[in-house]
Write a protein that binds this ligand. Sequence first.
Ligand code: BGC
Length: 863
Amino acid sequence: MSVTVDAPRIEHHREPLGIGESAPRLSWRISAAPDGWQQTAYRIELEQRGTTSTHEVESAEQVLVDWPGEPLHSREQVTVRIAVRGTDGAWSTASPATTLEAGLLDPADWIARPVGAFRNENPHSDERRPSLVRRDFEVRDGLVRARLYATAHGVYEAELNGQRVGDDTLSPGWTVYGQRLRYYTYDVTDLVQPGANALGAWLGDGWYRGRLGWRGGFRNVYGYDQSFLGQLELTYADGTRETVATDLSWRSAPSPILHSGLYDGEDYDAREEQPGWSTAAFDDAQWEDVSERHRDPATLVAPTAPPVRATQEVLPVEVLTGPSGSRILDFGQNLVGRVRIRISGPAGTTVTLRTAEVLQDGEIYTRPLRAARSTDNYTLAGRDVEEWEPRFTFHGFRYAEVTGWPGDLDADVAAGALVARVYHTDLERTGWFASSDAALDRLHENVVWGMRGNFVDIPTDCPQRDERIGWTGDIQVFGPTASTLFDVSGMLSGWLRDVAIEQLPDGTVPWYVPVIPAVDKWTPLRPGAAWGDVATLLPWTLYERFGDAGVLRAQFDSARRWVDLLERRSGPSRLWNTGFQLGDWLDPAAPPDDPADALTDRYLVATAYFAKSARTVARMAEVLGLSDEQAHYDRLADEVATAFVAEYVHPDGTMTSDAQTAYALGLQFGLITDAGMRDAAATRLAQLVQDAGNRIATGFVGTPLVSDALSDGGHVDTAYDLILERECPSWLYQVEQGATTVWERWDSLLPDGTVNPGTMTSFNHYALGAVADWMHRVIAGLAPDAPGYRRIRFAPRPGGGLTSASARQLTAYGEAAISWRIEGGQLHVDLTVPVGAEAVLDLPGAGEETLAPGIHSRTVSIG
Ligand code: BGC
C-alpha cells in the first residue's frame, strides 16, 4: 500500500479564499499508509510568485505546522502540496494541491469607504426602510480575475449584473464592530463581462443598528448608518488592476424591503422592486446620491470561519388548521432559518407568516418569543409566479402560521411552494454517534439541531426570542460538545478574540460577547462564575480538540487576567464568596421566576470555577513554556482547591450543599483529591441520583459534569439510569415530549402539555445538551487523550441495556471510529485509528492496550 496525503488545509479555513493570515499554518491528513508506517519528515511544496520552492522538515508533525514560505502579500495566490517521508525512508507522491489566496492584509489596500442612503430617519424607530446602493462600471478586454471584498455597517447581499454574489447570508456577521469588522472575499470573475457592468448591494440593519436585547432592547448599538463597503478589483492579463470601490459616485434608493429586523422578520413589497437594478442597462437617474461614512480600514479583518449559509431545506410534514381556522405549517423539526415561498396572486395581496417553536391549544404559541415579532410579510407584485425569502432576518421555529395565502395552500404546500431553509455557520461536521436506543439517538440528534440553530455566526443562547446573544456561560459549558460535533476551531477562536476585546480592564469577562447595553442587573458588568470562565476553559477545549496551541497563545493574556481578577477578589481566603452570581443556573428545583435559586450554593460554584480556571491557566502556561506563570497558577489552584475543600466538603466526603452539582464540581474539577473522600463523594452523588428517582437535578453548571462524575467515580450504572430516565426532569423527558431540539429548561414544556410560565422559556438552547460529549466519550468510548486526538482514548463503558453504540470523529489526523456490540455475553469492538495518531484501548475488565494506526477488532467477555 502506498502513502496517500490529502490536500492540505490552510489554518482552520474550509475555503482559503481571502484569508487574513500572512503566514498560515498548514495541516494534512494521511488517508492511507502501510501498517506500521510513521511520518518522519514532510516536504512542503509551494508555488509562490512564479517559482516553486520546497521545504523539507524532519518532523512527525502534521497539524498546524509553520508556514515555510515568504509571508503572503495581499491578494497573493499560493499553491501548496505536501509530501511525506516515512520510517521506510521513502517519499510519498505529493498531495493534491490546495490554492490559497490572501485577502487585503494591509489597511492601505482599502480605498473603499462605506456609503449609504442620504436620508432623514428617526434613529429611535424600527421603521427605517432599508436601501439599495449601486453603480455602473466598465470592464476592458483581457480580464483574468475579479474579486469583490465586501462588508457593511449592517448586513448586506451583493449583486453583480443581476446575479447574487456568493451564497453567504447575514454577512458580515457579528463581531465587536468598533475594533473588528469582517469583510468577505468573493471570486466574481465569472460574473463580470467585457463592457458595461453594474454592482449593487441590498442592505439591512442587522446587529449594527437593528434592535438588540430584551425589554425593548437598544438600537444603533454600533452606529446610526446603514452602509455598504465594497471594493471590486479587476485584474487584467497585462498585470494592471482597476478598482471599483464604494464612494460618492454610488447611488441609492429605497429597497423593496420596507422593514427588516433580526427579531422582527421582514416586510417586503414586491411592487416596489426595480427590475434590473443591479444591471448596467438600468437607469439610476431617479436614484439619490449616497453619503459617505467612516470606517478605519485597520479594523477590517478577514474571516476565520465559514459564513452563515443555507445548509438544508425542510418541507412541511403537515398543514394544520387551528381552532380559530388558522392555517399552520408544521415542519416537523424545530429549526433556525426562514421560509421561502413560491406564490401567485393579485398584486397588492399580502401574505403573512408568523413563526413559533410550539403550539398551545392548537395555535402557534408566541409568548416565549417575547418582543421578537418573528413575522414576515410579503406583498405580491402580481407576476405569474413570485418567489421570495426574507434576506436579513432569521427565526427559530417549527411552525409557521400562514395568513392571506391566495389560492389553495394545501395544494401549494404539496407542490413544494413553502419550504423552510435552515441557516447557520457552515461548519464542517466532525462527530457522529449512534446506539441501539432510539431515544438516546434522538437526544443526540436534538443536540446537533440545537447547535446548528445556535451557531449563527456567534455562539448564541437561543435563536428565537429577543435575545440571541453570545452568552458566555452557555458556550463555556457546551464547548466540548460543540468541538466534538463540528469543526468550530476557526469560529470560536475568532469569537474568543472578541471576548478578549470586550474584557474590562480589571479582567471582568462580560456575560455576553459582543456586549450590548442591557438594563437592570446586567449593567454595569460584573464578574460571574461559569460565564466568565469561558476565557480560560474554551481556549483549552479548542486546544484539546483541535491541537491548536496558537489559540492558547492568543488567549493567554485574557485567561490570566480573568484569574488574576478572581485572585484579587477572593483575597487571602481564596474563596470567591461575595457578589452577584448566577450559580447553577436553571437547576430544575429553582422556581420559574428565579432560575439562579439553585440547590447548590452559588459561592461553592464560584470557588470551584476559580480553582478550575487557575489550574487551566497553569496548563496553558505549561504548553506555552511559561514556567514562572505555570508555577504561580498551579500554586494558586492548589490554594483555592484547599480552601474549597475546607469550606464546602465535610471530612466524610459529603458536602455543605448536598446536591448533584456540588459533588460533580468537587469531583470533576479535581478539587477533592483524597481517594477516600472522592469515593465517598461519588457514592453520595450516586445516592442522590437514586433518591431523586434518576431525575436530573442539575442546571447549566452541573449538567455537563454529572455524568462524568458518576462514570469516573465507579457508578456507570447510575449514569445510565440518569441519562435513560424519562420522567420530568430528564434528558429523555424532553424526547418523550416530542422535542426536536434541546430546551432551555428541563421542563420548557410541562408534563401537562402547557408551556412553562417562566418569561425565559426557549425550546432551543444548547447548554443542557452538553451531555452529548459524554455520550461520545463514555457510551461509545471515543475521547481525545492528547491535543488534537493525536492520542485517542477508546474506553467504552457499555450499560443501560444498550446492545450497541458507535462514534466517529473526524480529527485533524483523519477519522477515528469505534463501534461496539454485545452478543452472547461478548463485547465486540471495531476500531479505526488514523495515520499519525495512536490510541489507547481500555475495555471493561481488560488491561490497557496501545493501538497503532489502522483497523482493529477486539472481543472480550463481559459479565
Ligand atoms: C439566556 C441564557 C443565559 C442567561 C444568564 C438567559 O436569558 O438565554 O442562556 O446564560 O440568561 O442569565
